[in-house]
Every structure is written in structure tokens, then in C-alpha cells.
Design a protein around this ligand. Structure first.
Ligand code: AN0
Ligand code: CP
Length: 317
């Protein structure tokens, strides 16, 4: 594996989950793999879980780890080619990336959608520049259109907690005061479409996700109907994808906040969210604190998903 930006990079998904569960049993078994290798994590946006879990995964593999926060202490980067750089950005990403590549063996990148230009975001301009110009294996720590380390951790969590061979998994939109990227729901849909689950997406009209991620998945606009008999509820906010509202909030309907009312019609479903989560916007205190909530085990599995990915990047021929 040379890059990790989406589910396909993992190849056989069942094999990948198996590898993850084996690593989880003994996460220090591969400490020799990363000896004298350096992991660089580059953040254009904030993070708690990704920063800590990915660094921990690198350390489990015996790597040295470095973190660069572009917005704190680095030069502001120009990302467009051809710009006359007479503004506030002293460095161009086309020099910065190969320079970063000189100091490390593997690079993780977090660069959210900017919501200024849909094509720019959905072409994954930033992470693709890292792939093209760093000369090193690159993995996504949430790029513009996907968060595959999160979705892989979510799949591992579902595998660990499912009670039936083919559980019903519902991805539900929920309200949020700020416009959030589609990366998390895109990747979750991408993974669930490849996994052996009965997958349903529910959201208000106008929140349809990109076709390349939804593929053939069932979309149910009635949230209560979607929740009926569900084994896993995966809540997440995202801003509109469809034109002319790309990147905009078009509903703040708090009836969509996941509460005991919706959970009551499920099959005693587990509640999932990638975190960070705004309580009583996305989910009520009662649901997130309930015995069925998996938000902490999900976050714990981020260390495992990252470790599988970094291990594969380190050992690729
Ligand atoms: C980000 C998002 O929704 O993509 C990161 C989630 C892992 N969330 C926020 O910015 C609050
Ligand atoms: N779930 C997740 O990626 O969290 P952070 O944004 O805190 O890294």
C-alpha cells in the first residue's frame, strides 16, 4: 500500500479487519518495523483523536513521530500555482511538501474541505499534492472528501459489537450550528457499502451526499422509519453537498437530534459518533451516556486502524 485515502486502498476489507483485531491483541508485536523510521503528521486543521491515536500507532510500531501544525508556527502556505505571492503567504506548498518529505518516511495529512470551491475540494487538491510531490507514502488523517481512518475504526467497532451476521446500520444526519465537511459520512458510507451490513442513510431533503460514496445505498427521508429495527445508529452532521447549496446549512431542525424517542424504535441499537460531538444538538446527554453508546470504544479503535495503515505503508514493496 503506497497511499491510504479510501476504502479501496485496504484491499480485502475482511482481511483488514482481521489484521486489526490481531494487532489489537498485541499492539507492540511489530515494534521492529518502524525502527529508525519517522512519521510526520501535518495538520491544516484542529484534532484531538487523530493527533493522539496516530502518534500512538506510530510509536507502537517503533517509529519516531513529528507533528506539524501548519497554522501554528509554520509559514502560511500558498496552495495555488501561478499566484503572484505578494500577499500574506511567504511559502508555496510546492516547495513545502518536498521539503517535508526529506525529513520523514511516512506522511499523514489533515486538510479539510474549505467549502469555497466544490471542484477544488472534491478533486482532493491538497492531499493529492502531498502524494505527488512528497516522494513518501501518504495517508489521510481526514482530507476534503474522506476520513478513512475513522471509517475503518468504525467498521472494527461494529465488527466487535454486532450480534447478528448482517446488522442494520443507519447513518443519520443531525443538526449542528456550524457547516461541517462531508468527509466523515462519505467515508462511512464508502466502508458500509463494502461491508456485510444492511445500510440505510437518513437525512432531510437537500442533504444528499455525493453519488460516488452513496452508490446504491438506501436513502430514507423519514428518520423514524430509518431507525426501525436498527442495530447501530451512526449520527453525524454535514453541510449540503448538492448545488447550489454546497457547504451551506439548509436545516437546523432539532427534531433530528438523536434522543430516546428515536432510539426506542431501534433494536436496542448502539449509538456511534466519531467525536467531537455537540451534546443536545447531535445527540442528547441520555443517549450518549447510555450503556449502548460506543463513542469511546470507537475512539480507542482509532489507534488500531492507524496502526494497520501505517504498518502496511511501512512494509509495502
Ligand atoms: C470535523 C468534521 O466534521 O469533519 C472533524 C470530525 C472528525 N468536525 C468538526 O469540525 C467539529
Ligand atoms: N474523530 C476525529 O477524527 O477526531 P479529531 O478531529 O479530534 O481528530
Amino acid at each position: 500500500m503506497r497511499t491510504y485515502t479510501n476504502v479501496k486502498d485496504l484491499g480485502n476489507l475482511q482481511e483488514a479487519v482481521k489484521e486489526a483485531l490481531e494487532i489489537k491483541k498485541n499492539r507492540y508485536a511489530y515494534k521492529h518495523i518502524g525502527e529508525n523510521k519517522t512519521l510526520l503528521m501535518v495538520f491544516f486543521n484542529s484534532s484531538l483523536r487523530t493527533r493522539l491515536s496516530t502518534q500512538k500507532a506510530g510509536m507502537n510500531l517503533g517509529m519516531n513521530t513529528m507533528v506539524l501544525d501548519i497554522n501554528q508556527g509554520a509559514w502560511k502556505l500558498e496552495t495555488e500555482r501561478g499566484v503572484i505571492m505578494d500577499g500574506d503567504k511567504p511559502e508555496h506548498i510546492l516547495e513545502a511538501i518536498p521539503v517535508m518529505g526529506c525529513y520523514c518516511d511516512v506522511i499523514g495529512v489533515r486538510a479539510f474541505a474549505q467549502f469555497e470551491n466544490k471542484e477544488y475540494d472534491y478533486q482532493e487538491t491538497i492531499i493529492n499534492q502531498f502524494i505527488k510531490y512528497s516522494g513518501k507514502p501518504v495517508f489521510s488523517m481526514e482530507a476534503a472528501t474522506g476520513h478513512p481512518l475513522q471509517a475503518f475504526a468504525d467498521l472494527i467497532t461494529i465488527e466487535e459489537h454486532k450480534k447478528t451476521a448482517r446488522p442494520k446500520v443507519v447513518l443519520s444526519w443531525a443538526p449542528h450550528p456550524k457547516a461541517l465537511p462531508q468527509a466523515v459520512p462519505n467515508s462511512f458510507a464508502d466502508f458500509m457499502n463494502e461491508a456485510d451490513v444492511d445500510f440505510v442513510i437518513t437525512h432531510p431533503k437537500g442533504y444528499e451526499l455525493a453519488e460516488q460514496f452513496v452508490r446504491g445505498a438506501r436513502v430514507e427521508y423519514d428518520q423514524m422509519k430509518a431507525f426501525e429495527g436498527a442495530d447501530f445508529i451512526y449520527a453525524k452532521n454535514w453541510a449540503a453537498y448538492q448545488d447550489p447549496n454546497y457547504g451551506k446549512i439548509i436545516s437546523s431542525d432539532r427534531n433530528w437530534t438523536v434522543s430516546d424517542r428515536q432510539m426506542a424504535v431501534t433494536n436496542n441499537a448502539h449509538f456511534m459518533h466519531c467525536l467531537p460531538v455537540r451534546r443536545n444538538m447531535i445527540v442528547t446527554d441520555e443517549v450518549i451516556e447510555s450503556a449502548q453508546s460506543l463513542v469511546i470504544p470507537e475512539a480507542a479503535n482509532r489507534e488500531i486502524s492507524a496502526q494497520v495503515v501505517i504498518k502496511r505503508l511501512l512494509t509495502a514493496p
